[in-house]
Ligand binder design. Structure first.
Ligand code: GAL
Length: 625
């Protein structure tokens, strides 16, 4: 078994005379898998119920003859102009009440019964025709759900939202109670009075906004499910997938993951951002976690530049290779690109591709060809597992809730997670992502950062984890509200306050651009006044109003330890503190990793990836703790 290599292939953008060259070059680069038909709806169904599959038959046959496997798309991501011309109600409406028009892509309301019916018809026709095509390797449902349009505020969406709310709350009294509509005269007499949370004069009801986030993610999931059901019925033995987008706020991938046969990710790290290797690693780790440890596929990345940043910095060939192998090292069994041949017209004509405009006498083509060959050497890691002993809790409810309006400080949930992930990445310690529902028994260290919205009862596994010998880290702005958005009953931190041995007295967020002094360094992003009840104080604030008050605490809990962080220590101080916690967790420390070098183990292979320019000499020592 080899690692899949290839990319999105859009033959419909080219005369058929180009296809033979495409295939010959694919073979030269050792392409094994191409995603076909993602944006082909208009070419496959030029008017309602009229299908033109001839061209797709021909390219599928050609690919098969060349031994190239196909990830066949259901083609529903971009409705054709005839569809919205005939059924304009399918067009989505923004938060500001603007109806989005045709001429781009993804212009459909996820709740639209018309869109869903027509998508079903198309998928049925595609599945009927290709389910037993010998080139078919997997099904690609839609594309990047919610990428441009994840929330629709039209009347159809409002009606669907009401149905969703009615299912959730049963009575309007229950909804009123949960959303706290006694506040600002928001009390509803019936579900008919409830709308989507469109633009309003001031802050919208937090419960309503949170439920709309959940509803919107669920509506997209329903779209996926409806297509998946058609595919499964007509093609039960072929795996199906859709492409995720890393840490993508609008869609709760935990709810989706178990519905896919295979987890796939699209990843476009910014070549000009020095943090890109770390950020990409984090996304890879999330995908592996969503796949419950099973292999996943890097479905899209850029061969060089994208075309959607203000300045589209070219990705050096070495970086393309390093980030590709990083995906393999972190559990991917496929490295694919958007797209095979660079378009010469349309909105993405300046986006790089495996085969650039300038042809094969180019640095980027040579790098692609070399990667295709190199991946052969990695086939022995395929299906090898990546084992992590550190887990970080990550949940969409908290992401949505922490970043709402009217909260104590505008914190970025991802920035918090990234700050916690960094020292582990730099120390070559692999991290899994989990939820409060996950089994923590395989981990020796668990990090809970910014877990803003959680029910008190869901916190006991964290206590038990420490009690059984785990090292628990809890950082500020965790367990602040329950999952309805109501302030945590019994006080902030809920039952974790007892586990941690601290009490939160007052939030004292740090003003933008400033920091708080603490023993041994500085704290940023956040500060708060906490009282140690029965915990040991490891670090104290040293200036201002908080001088002398605890910044980092530790408490023995059963066989383990619970740490609380009332601020975000600077990277150096954090790394030092974490070193101690890692040692206490008995996690082997890797020493001698130069900065800019990533170390990660998959199966029996240890990958050492140099993300800097030039060469680096590395002698990595593993010391058991
Ligand atoms: C993805 C998308 C592709 C292409 C790519 C460009 O979002 O799935 O179709 O648009 O981005 O970077």
């Amino acid at each position: 078994m080899t690692i899949w290599f290839g990319g999105d292939y859009n033959p419909e953008q080219w005369p058929e005379s180009v296809w033979d060259e495409d295939i010959a070059l694919m073979q030269r680069a050792r392409v094994t898998l191409v995603t076909v038909g993602v944006f082909s709806w208009a070419k496959l169904e030029p008017s309602e119920g009229v299908y033109t599959f001839g061209w797709l038959d021909r390219i599928m046959d050609k690919l098969h003859a060349a031994g190239i496997r196909v990830d066949l798309a259901t083609a529903t991501a971009s409705p054709p102009p005839w569809l919205t011309h005939r059924y304009p109600e399918v067009l989505p409406v923004t938060e500001n009440g603007v109806r989005l028009q045709v001429g781009s892509r993804q212009q459909y309301c996820p709740s639209s019964p018309v869109y869903r019916r027509l998508a079903q018809n198309l998928v049925t026709a595609i599945v009927d025709r290709y389910a037993s095509h010998p080139a078919l390797e997997m099904w690609h449902i839609n594309n990047e759900y919610g990428c441009h349009l994840s929330r629709c505020y039209c009347d159809v969406s409002a009606a669907a939202f009401r149905v969703w709310l009615q299912r959730r709350y049963r009575t309007i009294d229950q909804l009123n109670e949960t959303w706290g509509t006694a506040f600002w005269s928001q009390w509803y007499g019936s579900f008919d009075e409830v709308y989507t949370p469109s633009r309003a004069p001031y802050y919208r009801n937090p419960g309503q906004v949170l439920d709309f986030d959940r509803f919107s993610s669920d509506e997209l999931l329903d779209c996926f499910r409806e297509e998946a059901a058609v595919v499964r019925a007509g093609s039960p033995r072929i795996p199906l997938t859709t492409n995720f987008m890393g840490f993508f706020k609008p869609v709760d991938y935990w709810a989706w993951a178990s519905e896919l046969d295979l987890i796939c990710d699209d990843s476009y790290p910014d070549p000009s951002d020095p943090r890109s290797p770390m950020l990409a690693a984090m996304s890879r780790d999330l995908m592996r976690s969503l796949a419950a440890g099973k292999p996943w596929i890097l479905m899209e990345q850029a061969a060089s530049a994208v075309n959607w940043r203000d300045i589209n910095v070219a990705k050096p060939a070495g970086m393309m290779r390093a980030l590709s192998l990083q995906a393999v090292a972190r559990g991917a069994d496929g490295v694919l690109f958007f797209q095979w041949r660079q378009s010469d017209r349309g909105g993405e004509r300046f986006h790089s591709a495996m085969l650039p405009h300038a042809g094969t006498e180019t640095v980027s083509w040579r790098a692609i060809e070399a990667l295709g060959h190199e991946l052969d050497q990695h086939s022995d890691v395929v299906e090898g597992a990546v084992v992590a002993s550190v887990a970080m809790v990550f949940e969409w409810d908290s992401w949505w809730s922490l970043e709402q309006d009217g909260v104590p400080a505008r914190l970025s949930y991802l920035a918090l997670l990234q700050a916690w992930y960094l020292p582990f990445f730099e120390a070559g310690i692999t991290v899994d992502f989990v939820t409060t529902q996950s089994d923590l028994s395989g981990y020796s260290l668990v990090i809970v950062a910014g877990l803003f919205a959680v029910n008190p009862s869901e916190l006991s596994p964290l206590h038990d984890f420490a009690d059984r010998g785990g090292q628990l880290i809890v950082s500020f702005q965790s367990a602040i509200v329950d999952r309805t958005g109501r302030l945590m009953p019994g006080g902030f931190l809920g039952p974790l306050a007892g586990t941690l041995g601290v009490r939160i007295d007052e939030f004292t967020p740090i003003a933008a651009g400033t920091s708080a002094e603490v023993e041994g360094g500085i704290g940023s992003l956040w500060a708060e006044r906490i009282v140690s009840i029965d915990s040991e104080i490891l670090v104290r604030f040293t200036d201002g109003d908080l001088a002398g008050s605890p910044a980092v605490t530790r408490r023995r809990v059963g066989q383990g330890t619970a740490h609380y962080f009332a601020t975000m220590p600077d990277p150096e101080l954090l790394a030092t503190l974490i070193q101690g916690i890692v040692a206490a967790a008995g996690i082997p420390a890797r020493e001698g990793i130069p900065s800019g070098t990533e170390v990660v183990k998959r199966g029996t292979v240890t990958y050492v990836i140099n993300h800097r320019e030039g060469t680096v000499d590395v002698e990595v020592m593993e010391r058991s703790n």
